[in-house]
Design a protein around this ligand. Structure first.
Ligand SMILES: Cc1ncc(COP(=O)(O)O)c(C=O)c1O
Length: 400
C-alpha cells in the first residue's frame, strides 16, 4: 500500500467564494474509487470509461504530420472546414440525408458539445427529461442553470429499455428537452427505431428538443442497425445530435467531438463556443479528417473484440450470485442490479477493498439506480476472467 492522500476531501469543500452552481456537481464517485484503487496493489479495473485499444496508425500519423506542417494555429470557430465537410459527407451517406457544414460545429470532445447544448438551453423552471441511469454529466449541467431534471427510471429486468409512452406522458408545459443516450453509458442499451421515432416525432410536434448523445454510435453489436436520432427526424429544427471520435477511433485524449443541429442553432452555439474553448485542437481535427477519410477496418476489428468480451461478461454475470444481468447491444458496459435495497456504493467499496476489483457504483448514474454496479469491458478478456474469479466467490459469501 502506498501512502498517497485521497483527494475526496478536496471535492467536498464548500468554500463560499465559489459559485453556488458548482454545488450541483456531485462528488465524482468514479474518481473516489479510482483514487482508492491507486493506493492498493493488484487491482483489476472494470471501471474504465475509455477504449483500451490503440487508435489507427494513420490517424496518429495525421496529427503528427499536421504538427510538422505548422497546423498549430486556431481554426475557424465552427471547426476546421475540411473536417466539417468530411463529417457532413459521412453522416449524409450514413443516414441518407442532406447535411451541410453549417449544420455542424466541432468541439473539444462530446463533453464540450454537451456542456454547450445543456447550459445554453437550461433555465430556471425548464424541465429536461432524462432516462436513468444516465451519463453523469447531464443532470448537473441542467441543474447548474436552474433547470429541472425529470428522471425516467429504467430497469435491468427490462434491459434498461425505455417505454416511449412513458417519455411522452412525462412531457409537460415546462418541458424544454429530452436527453437521449443510445447506446447508453452505463447500460449499453440501444433504443430500437420505434422508440426513437416515437419520441422524436412527438417532441417535434410539441416543440420540445431532443438532445441525443451518440458517442457510442459505432459500438453496436450483432450486426444490428443503429437508429440514430438523425435517421428518425424529418428536419433538424428540434434536435441536437452529439458525437465524437473518442470511442469510435480510440481517440479520447485527442478531444475532438461535434454537435449537429439546425443552422440557426449552430449559429447561436458558435457564439457560446467562442467564449468557452474558442476552437478545438487543430492537429487533432486533422487526425479526425484522416479517421473519416481513411480506411475504417479498425472499427470492424474493434467490434469483433468488444463483442467477444460482451458475450463472456454476460455469461460471467449470469454465474454471479446476487447480480441480475442482461445482454447489452452496445457501448462497453453492463449495469447489473443487486438485490432490492442493497446499496451499490457500499458493495463497490467493499468489493474493491476485499478483492481488489474496481467497479463503479450505480448511484453515480442517478438516484433511482443505487442498487447496481457499472462493469466496463474495456479491458482484456484475461482481466475480465481474473476479476470474476474474485467476484463470484466473494458475492457467494454475501448474505443480503
Ligand atoms: C455517454 C457519454 N457521452 C459523452 C462522453 C464524453 O466523450 P468525449 O470524450 O468525446 O468528451 C462520454 C465519455 O465517457 C460518454 O460515455
Amino acid at each position: 500500500m502506498s501512502s498517497i492522500n485521497l483527494d475526496t476531501d478536496f471535492y467536498e469543500t464548500e468554500d463560499p467564494i465559489w459559485n453556488p452552481a458548482l454545488l450541483t456537481i456531485p462528488v465524482p464517485g468514479i474518481r473516489r474509487m479510482v483514487n482508492l484503487a491507486a493506493t492498493m496493489e493488484d487491482v483489476i479495473h472494470l471501471s474504465i470509461g475509455q477504449p483500451d485499444l490503440k487508435p489507427p496508425q494513420h490517424v496518429v500519423d495525421a496529427a503528427v504530420d499536421a504538427l510538422h506542417a505548422g497546423q498549430t494555429g486556431y481554426t475557424m470557430d465552427a471547426g476546421l472546414p475540411e473536417l466539417l465537410e468530411a463529417l457532413a459527407e459521412y453522416y449524409g451517406e450514413r443516414y441518407n440525408r442532406t447535411l451541410v457544414p453549417e449544420n455542424i460545429m466541432i468541439t473539444t470532445g462530446a463533453t464540450e458539445a454537451l456542456y454547450l447544448a445543456l447550459t445554453a438551453t437550461s433555465a430556471p423552471g425548464r424541465e429536461f427529461i432524462v432516462p436513468e441511469p444516465s451519463f453523469m454529466l447531464y443532470a448537473p449541467l441542467i441543474r447548474m442553470n436552474g433547470g429541472v431534471v425529470k428522471s425516467i427510471p429504467t430497469h435491468a429486468e427490462n434491459q434498461h429499455q425505455l417505454d416511449p409512452q412513458e417519455v411522452i406522458d412525462a412531457i409537460g408545459p415546462n418541458t424544454y428537452a429530452i436527453v437521449l443516450n443510445s447506446p447508453s453509458n452505463p447500460t449499453g442499451t440501444i433504443y430500437p427505431r420505434d422508440t426513437v421515432e416515437a419520441i422524436v416525432q412527438e417532441a417535434a410536434y410539441r416543440g420540445v428538443y431532443v438532445i441525443s448523445d451518440e458517442v457510442y454510435d459505432h459500438l453496436v453489436y450483432d450486426g444490428k442497425e443503429y437508429p440514430s436520432v438523425l435517421s428518425c427526424c424529418s428536419d433538424l429544427d428540434h434536435v441536437m445530435v452529439i458525437s465524437s471520435f473518442s470511442k469510435t477511433f480510440s481517440m479520447a485524449g485527442m478531444r475532438i467531438g461535434w454537435l449537429m443541429a439546425s443552422q440557426g442553432a449552430i449559429k447561436k452555439l458558435r457564439r457560446y463556443h467562442m467564449f468557452t474553448t474558442t476552437v478545438a485542437n487543430t492537429p487533432c481535427q486533422w487526425a479526425g479528417v484522416a479517421a473519416l477519410r481513411g480506411e475504417r477496418t479498425f472499427i470492424d476489428d474493434m467490434l469483433v473484440e468488444y463483442q467477444r468480451r460482451r458475450d463472456r461478461l454476460v455469461e460471467l454475470v449470469k454465474a454471479t450470485p446476487h447480480l441480475t444481468g442482461y445482454r447489452p447491444d452496445g457501448a462497453f458496459y453492463l449495469f447489473p442490479s443487486l438485490p432490492e435495497g442493497v446499496n451499490g456504493g457500499n458493495v463497490a467499496l467493499k468489493l474493491l477493498r476485499e478483492t481488489g476489483v474496481c467497479t463503479v457504483a450505480g448511484e453515480t448514474f442517478g438516484d433511482t439506480c443505487s442498487n447496481a454496479l457499472r462493469i466496463s469491458y474495456s479491458t482484456s478478456l484475461d482481466q475480465i476472467e481474473a476479476a470474476f474469479e474474485r467476484i463470484i466467490p466473494w458475492m457467494a459469501k454475501q448474505d443480503w
